[in-house]
Design a protein around this ligand. Structure first.
Ligand SMILES: Nc1ncnc2c1ncn2[C@@H]1O[C@H](COP(=O)(O)OP(=O)(O)O)[C@@H](O)[C@H]1O
Ligand SMILES: [Mg+2]
Length: 332
């Protein structure tokens, strides 16, 4: 990765929810850098902090949650302390987000043409009505919507799930963001449409030269779509490597467990397998490794000392005590 420019640099990010019952540490020291033109996948079980990572970057963490430590830099600009106006402009023009459910992002009372037109006129400064309509149609063609002239007059509820998702992608890309965050963008769609949308996303990201953070609990999707994969567990990134490397040499016992039911790259649509035990309660702070209770290889040190992040080979990072001594976990 050396020589590549970082678009997003996250260091020591902690996001917590302050509830009456106690403090939930949703993100517990996230370190993550995304470079130019790179697609990074974030995988992990439900509740491990994938969405909160995205919301923290965009400063959209819902109340009573907030960022309590760490730094998020976008091209050198610190986002955690940026004022609201500038943050809004980052959200509108630099970092776009695609949500799992398009219905939350599309306004039900405006037509597709109105919604896309508003964003395009704002960002590309097109005000002439004819010119704007042409741009809107182009944006819909880019996401391969058939009969765009008809679709611009339609309301969100008149569109299928796949079409809504395409419109949302068109909206997200119409401001030419340098970073696209897609949070489970295809989970609500059927498998065939999922594949089409992911292919489209991948092609558009390559074409526009933006970086992508793709969040999913589906290993098959990141394997096919992303250059690099971060594996999250209980609010932490436990392993981070290029896709091929991660599948060839998974090094954290949690990743090894995830991949054991997923032997080959290229196997489609594999959901995460079930690993014994359950995700820990994030209201209890961990002194040591968050995976200790579910790990077959746990040692004494794992319960009381947080494993350091070790670079086991160039660009391949693992946070596990098995690696602190430089030894590869055996037997898998
Ligand atoms: N509104 C909330 N109130 C309290 N805790 C929350 C809230 N939203 C998220 N969390 C906590 O943050 C954790 C991470 O959530 P999230 O990032 O949405 O998980 P994921 O997207 O990986 O499924 C959850 O396990 C939960 O403990
Ligand atoms: Mg989520």
């Amino acid at each position: 990765m050396s020589g590549k420019k970082a678009v997003l640099e996250i260091k020591g990010l902690r996001t917590q929810f302050f509830l009456r019952e106690g403090v939930v540490t949703a993100l517990d020291g996230i370190d993550l850098t995304i470079y130019e033109n790179e697609s990074v996948g974030i995988v992990g079980e439900t509740g491990c902090g994938k969405s909160m990572t995205a919301y923290s970057i965009l400063r959209l963490v819902p109340h009573p949650g907030r960022i309590t430590a760490g730094s998020i830099r976008y091209k050198g600009i610190e986002l955690t302390t940026l004022d609201q106006d500038r943050m809004r402009s980052v959200r509108g023009t630099k970092i776009s987000m695609i949500f799992q459910d398009a219905s939350t992002a599309l306004d039900p009372v405006f037509t597709v043409g109105d919604q896309l037109g508003e964003v395009i006129s704002l960002h590309q400064r097109v005000y002439d009505k004819k010119a704007l309509q042409k741009k809107v149609i182009e944006a819909l063609m880019l996401v391969r919507i058939a009969a765009p002239e008809k679709v611009i007059t339609m309301y969100p509820h008149e569109l299928s799930g796949g079409m809504k998702q395409r419109v949302m992608i068109a909206l997200a890309l119409s401001c030419s963001p340098s970073m696209l965050i897609a949070d489970e963008p295809t989970t609500a769609l059927d498998v065939t449409i999922q594949g089409q949308i992911l292919k489209l996303l991948k092609a558009l990201v390559a074409k526009t030269g933006s970086s992508m953070m793709l969040i999913t609990h589906n290993l098959g999707i990141v394997a096919e779509t992303c250059d690099r994969i971060c594996v999250m567990y209980a609010g932490r990134i436990v392993e981070d490597a290029e896709t091929f490397e991660l599948f060839e040499r998974p090094s954290h016992p949690y990743t090894v467990g995830l991949l054991s039911a997923f032997p080959k790259l290229g196997v489609k649509q594999a959901e995460l397998p079930v690993i014994r035990g359950t995700v820990p309660n994030l209201m209890k702070p961990f002194k040591g490794c968050s995976f200790v209770d579910r790990c077959d290889k746990a040692m004494e040190v794992c319960a009381h000392k947080r494993p350091p992040r070790v670079e086991v080979s160039p660009g391949h990072f693992v946070s596990c005590h098995l690696w602190s001594g430089g030894e590869r976990p055996g037997g898998t």
